[in-house]
Every structure is written in structure tokens, then in C-alpha cells.
Design a protein around this ligand. Structure first.
Ligand code: 4NP
Length: 149
């Protein structure tokens, strides 16, 4: 199973989600992340995201930001979007129902959080990054439960 995590810049939320998911999964899973904008293309994750992950013994320092591409809709089985704007943007790039079915809101896996969004910590501080980490950690557990059913 191939899983893609998507946020806006691919330097805060989705790199953390990728790192957390990779730490939880092994072998037959491929996990990657991307952004809907190319503004930060080629950059490593935000320093605060790297530090937050490191505080939980996860190394995301070698990841590099990239925008989502059309090919991703072939490569990936599941595409998880961090907020509704990102979801709408990603859905607008789909070409058919099969692709559309791959796309969902990341926190939807937490049943009681329908339409819930992972807040953007970019304009916040380390506390916001830690809160986002905790949310992503819960969401990843819920996704793993869902896909292993
Ligand atoms: P991310 O956070 O989508 O979680 O990577 C952001 C990163 C950069 C910007 C906004 C959000 N930006 O405006 O540059």
C-alpha cells in the first residue's frame, strides 16, 4: 500500500505525518508527502518541525518539499489531506472517480472528527508544532487501524 500525505507547503504538517507514519509502518508500505504549492520546493522541513519530530526520536531532516504531481494519483493508493482547502485543491486535480476515491481528509479516520482539520502551525510556535504532532500521531494510528481492517 502506498500512502501520500499532503499539506500546503510540504514543510510542516505533511513531513511530520510522513515521518510518524514511516515510524509506525514497515515493509510493504511506501509513505511519501507533498504540498499543493511549489513555493518551498527542494527545501528541507521547517526547523521547528524537524525539532518536534526529533523530540519524539523521529528524523525528518532529510525530507525535501515537493509539489503534488499528476503521477501521484497513479502511484499512491491513499492520499490524505491535512485541511479542507488542501482537499479541495487535490480533488480538483483528479481526473476520474477512481482517483477521487483515493483522496480524503487525514483526520476523517478519527470517526468523531468528521471534517476536522490539522491546523497549520507555520505561523505559530513550538507548542503549536507539538500539538500538531500529537494530532498527527492519533490520526496515523486511526489510519493504520482503518487500512488493516
Ligand atoms: P504546511 O505549512 O502546509 O504544513 O507545510 C505551511 C508552510 C508554508 C506556508 C504555509 C503553510 N507558506 O505560506 O509559505
Amino acid at each position: 500500500m502506498n500512502i501520500l500525505m499532503v499539506c500546503l507547503g510540504n514543510i510542516c504538517r505533511s513531513p511530520l505525518a510522513e515521518g510518524i507514519m514511516k515510524a509506525k509502518l514497515s515493509g510493504s508500505f511506501m509513505v511519501d508527502s507533498a504540498g499543493t504549492i511549489s513555493m518551498h520546493e527542494g527545501e528541507h522541513p521547517d526547523k521547528r518541525a524537524i525539532k518536534t519530530a526529533a523530540n519524539h526520536n523521529i528524523d525528518i531532516s532529510r525530507q525535501k518539499s515537493r509539489p503534488i504531481t499528476r503521477k501521484d494519483f497513479e502511484t499512491f493508493d491513499k492520499i490524505y489531506c491535512m485541511d479542507i482547502d488542501v482537499l479541495e485543491d487535490v480533488v480538483s486535480k483528479t481526473k476520474n472517480e477512481e482517483e477521487r476515491q483515493k483522496v480524503s481528509l487525514f483526520l476523517e479516520a478519527l470517526g468523531d472528527h468528521k471534517n476536522a482539520e490539522v491546523p497549520d502551525p507555520y505561523w505559530g510556535d513550538m507548542k503549536d508544532f507539538e500539538m500538531v504532532f500529537q494530532l498527527l500521531n492519533k490520526g496515523c494510528d486511526a489510519i493504520i487501524n482503518q487500512i488493516s481492517e
